[in-house]
Design a protein around this ligand. Structure first.
Ligand code: PMP
Length: 398
């Protein structure tokens, strides 16, 4: 018999190497969460600088109250999909609120952001179609492409010329063409050059989907994402987003103006064949989306904090993932051993960041990835900078 798990032995070996150097950097336990920016980890109060909690909204009193009320009023779970069991009024309310916020005619809510990408991509594209993906696309986008059965064409990261070339090559092939880009790329924090992609769209004609997972609530004068920031919302056909970051809950959405958009509900397996989000989760998201609209000052604070961390890291001479400020700020490291070593040293010093290693990173980079929150104080940001400085200096001396 061939043991099916034999193929994972290399993962087990890599994991053992990591454990030998300290704690499990990819499976850490937060013993208690104290606030959007603090947790008790290994008996110590730790600054959280890798949460994606961009708006710092997870402990907002109104969001918590909305969740508690929905839990009491509608119960703990929906116990089925919206197709089988029907929607709760709350799901419809959240979809209407999001459509209003995004200025789109239609919005469909999913149980996670991952499922939103699986659903939208497989609902939009089928086996006769072609999906053009940025090489650095999130795994949920790649998986959505696999589920769709469409032909996959990868273009170089953020390279509209390369996309142009590949579209030219595919001219005359049967089926529709879907191009997918992201607002802020989750690993390096860089943005898609949307204007360049829109110019290519005007030349070739295709449908364009923007995954605004990390930019929804964050970028743009209204917080609608990168397209809002650069004034190109009319050129984006479909938006995908998640509630697990700026909204501080769980779930995702797809939105658009297409007259047949609603039919996607009956064509997307990740919408049809999974239970809908729990009432508490939906109510929390609804309260949070209202706050994104009503409290733009959260975005201002996030911007100021991001700029401060970026400048601080620059002054330390750290090699960063991109040269434009966003709430995702990644530091490039030399190799696996030094990355794990620095991650452990940072945790020991009292700051938690994400570790990101190949194959989960673009260009096989070794990264310590920070995400900034509106809830960080300037003092927190200064501490994160100082602790990075200390750790880098002590490793250079070693
Ligand atoms: N898209 C992107 C770009 C992401 O980074 C993520 C998650 N990190 C997702 C989609 C999936 O969202 P969720 O974790 O809410 O399922």
């Amino acid at each position: 018999m061939i043991d099916l798990l034999d193929k994972h032995k290399t993962i087990a070996e890599r994991h053992a190497r990591m454990m030998a150097m300290g704690v499990n950097a990819v499976g850490l336990t937060n013993d208690r969460i104290l606030s959007p920016t603090r947790a008790m980890i290994k008996g110590r109060e730790t600054i959280l600088a890798g949460t994606n909690n961009y708006m710092g909204i997870t402990f907002d009193a109104d969001c918590i109250k909305a969740g508690q009320e929905a839990l009491a009023e509608f119960g703990t779970g929906t116990t089925g999909s919206r197709i089988a069991n029907g929607s709760y009024a709350l799901h419809k309310e959240l979809e209407a609120e999001l459509a209003r916020f995004l200025k789109r005619k239609h919005c469909i809510v999913f149980s996670t952001g991952y499922q939103a990408n699986l659903g939208m991509m497989s609902g939009l594209a089928g086996p006769k179609d072609t999906i053009f993906l940025d090489a650095d696309s999130h795994s949920s986008i790649y998986d959505g492409c696999t589920l769709s059965g469409a032909k996959l064409v990868r273009f170089r990261h953020n390279d509209a010329m390369d996309l142009d070339k590949r579209l030219t090559r595919s001219e005359g092939e049967e089926g529709g063409r879907l191009v997918v880009v992201e607002g802020i790329y989750s690993m390096l924090g860089d943005r898609a050059p949307l204007a360049d992609f829109v110019a290519v769209k005007k030349k070739h004609g295709f449908q364009l989907l923007a995954d605004e997972a990390h930019s929804f609530g964050v970028l743009g004068p209204h917080g609608r994402g990168l397209a809002d920031e650069v004034g190109l919302e009319d050129d984006i056909d479909f938006i995908v987003g998640t509630f697990s970051k700026s909204v501080g809950a769980i779930g995702g959405f797809g939105a658009g103006n297409h007259p047949l958009f609603e039919t996607l509900r009956y064509a997307m397996r990740p919408y049809m064949f999974t239970a809908s989000s729990s009432p508490a989760s939906i109510a929390t998201s609804l309260a949070a989306v209202k706050k994104l609209a009503a409290e733009p000052e959260r975005r201002d604070r996030l911007r100021a904090n991001s700029a401060r961390l970026f400048a601080g890291f620059k002054s330390l001479g750290l090699d960063m993932g991109c040269d434009m400020v966003s709430p995702v700020i990644a530091v490039k490291c030399a190799d696996e051993i030094s990355t794990i070593g620095m991650w452990n040293a940072l945790l020991e010093a009292g700051v938690y960041v994400n570790i990101a290693l190949p194959p989960g990173t673009p260009n096989k980079l070794f990264l310590l990835r920070c995400s900034v929150s509106a809830a960080h104080s300037f003092d927190d940001i200064d501490k994160i900078i100082a602790l990075f400085g200390k750790v880098v200096a002590s490793r250079a001396a070693a």
